[in-house]
Write a protein that binds this ligand. Structure first.
Ligand SMILES: [Zn+2]
Length: 61
């Protein structure tokens, strides 16, 4: 991983550049929040349908 400021090579996971002391910027994906919120919605929809299925089984028996 190279320093974004001076370009010096640093070990992976380093928080600061060993050459100039610049904070290393970890690669982060932008816009991941919306995807995770949609995953959360689909998870609750799945839980809802499983619950309805169990209720239907219990009421049918
Ligand atoms: Zn640097």
């Amino acid at each position: 991983m190279n320093c974004p400021d001076c370009g010096a090579s640093n070990p992976g996971g380093a928080k600061f550049c060993g050459s100039c002391g610049n904070p290393m910027q970890a690669p982060q994906q932008v816009g991941g929040g919306s995807k995770s919120s949609w995953d959360n919605i689909f998870k609750w929809i799945g839980i809802f349908f499983v619950g309805m299925f169990v209720l239907a089984l219990l009421s049918g028996l």
